[in-house]
Design a protein around this ligand. Structure first.
Ligand code: 9MG
Length: 268
């Protein structure tokens, strides 16, 4: 899953994809590099960020959905706002990626009908406060319990399990140790055997491991984290650096299956 941020304050691209033209070029580049899913986001979720007014999020996201809907890759929309979910789905989006795990009033109702995929992510508190001393008794159990509860709510609303993927929400209300424990015990988070989505690309956990390296210089660490996540069962990895990630994952896959041809047949 390639990240397409249309947020001028995005932590990793410094706003370079803030215009439709630039975003389109970035999407085309990700497609050429082998991306499987494009994740379009209009509101930053970096620690400390504040909510974007609905009309501004729609103005950022919807032109891209319209422009990319026939690009040949599934479009994921990174939003927690039911109005954006409804508009994007009506315009042909394939997946809703909700960092709030469909907890906003009206979110479950906005997505229950239809066939779109849904990514349910865990977050402790909200983006503005989540990194202020996050606390857990047992982070793996608490994240798994949260995901279990959200799956039950969505299924009770009529969502088929085949539409769901789950995400521990690395960096969303977690210390570096919490993140590493979650990554180490990733298989325990695949509630009901549902596929896992993991986003570690350029995140501060990697900056902590690399002793303060800035986001743009965390590419190798991001790729290593994506491969580790895949090795532990992640089905989708959300990344900034598509070419590097695809190369690494194809290599990992071929080594794991002791065959180059499997990587070619499956797309790696
Ligand atoms: C929008 N966004 C930022 N980080 C993310 C992550 O780790 N997972 C998902 N699903 N979305 C994310």
């Amino acid at each position: 899953m390639g990240i397409l941020n249309v947020t001028p304050d995005s932590f990793s691209d410094g706003g370079e994809h803030a215009t439709l033209d630039t975003a389109m070029r970035h999407a085309e580049r990700m497609i050429a590099e082998g991306v499987d899913i494009i994740d379009i986001g209009g509101e930053s979720s970096r620690p400390g960020s504040v909510a974007l007014p609905l009309d501004q999020e729609l103005a950022r996201v919807m032109p891209l959905v319209e422009a990319l809907r026939d690009c040949g890759r599934p479009l994921s929309i990174d939003t927690y706002k039911p109005e954006v979910m409804r508009a994007a789905l009506a315009a042909g989006a394939d997946l809703i990626n909700d960092i709030w795990g469909f907890r906003m009033p009206g979110a479950v109702e906005a997505v229950a009908a239809g066939q779109a995929g849904l990514c349910v992510m865990h977050m402790q508190r909200d983006p503005q406060t989540m990194q202020e001393d996050p606390q857990y008794e047992d982070v793996v159990r608490e994240v798994a319990d949260f995901l279990t509860e959200r799956v039950a709510v969505l299924q009770a609303a009529g969502v088929a399990p085949a539409r769901l993927s789950l995400d521990p929400g690395f960096g969303f209300g977690k210390t570096p140790d919490h993140n590493l424990r979650l990554l180490g015990q990733l298989p325990k988070l695949a509630v009901d055997g549902l596929p896992l989505l993991v986003g570690l690309s350029r995140k501060s956990i990697l900056g902590a491991i690399l002793k303060g390296r800035p986001p743009a210089q965390r590419v190798a660490a991001s790729v290593a984290a994506a491969v580790c996540a895949a090795e532990r069962g992640a089905f989708i990895v959300r990344v900034h650096d598509v070419q590097e990630s695809v190369d690494a994952l194809r290599t990992w896959w071929a080594i794991r299956h002791e065959s180059v041809s499997i990587a070619e047949q499956t797309g790696g």
